[in-house]
Design a protein around this ligand. Sequence first.
Ligand code: CO
Length: 214
Amino acid sequence: MEHWKSYEALLQQNREWVAKRNNEDPHFFKRLANQQRPKFLWIGCSDSRVPANQITGTDPGEVFVHRNIANMVIHTDMNMLSVLDYAVNILEVKHVIVCGHYGCGGIRAALDNNQYGIIDNWIRHIKDVYLMYREELEKIKNIHERENALVEYNVIEQVLDLSQTSIIQNSWQKRGGPWIHGWVYDVADGLIKDMEVSMKDYSTLPSIYKLKPR
Ligand code: CO
């Protein structure tokens, strides 16, 4: 049986990590102490297998991170909007990356009809994405392949949702950035696939979504 004090290992590992870092670079923590200047905002899934820094080989200070179940960009989510506004307007990140992942439990749950609790209301948004791509998805008979396809379509839709926020559109008008990107991480081999749906302006958006400068 797992020792109930297993959390203590994390504190011990933290001290070991600090010692190792200081050994490699004695100024590492001093440099980070005063400010952060990340170039990237990461919007990823809460899944424990998809840690933003580790899978991109980045250090503390390089990526501003927001994670929720199934890496959703929901326009009424105050938490996401606050992170996005701060990252775009105060930190002035150069890139916003929405990163989904194959094998996502949120996506899998969206494909069945079971109840899981409060989360059903969150996952409802993924069902909306399913409906947008229903024809393509229902052609795929293998359930795992269908799931993976929905992972990809969901990332594409979240990038579009980002592009439709007033935060991103005002920033594009003001400073020509950030670029926004859609990626999918494969938990089975560790590789990231670029969905090649990057946007840096709203020229490709249907006009109904385009906001005039204020
Ligand atoms: Co997930």
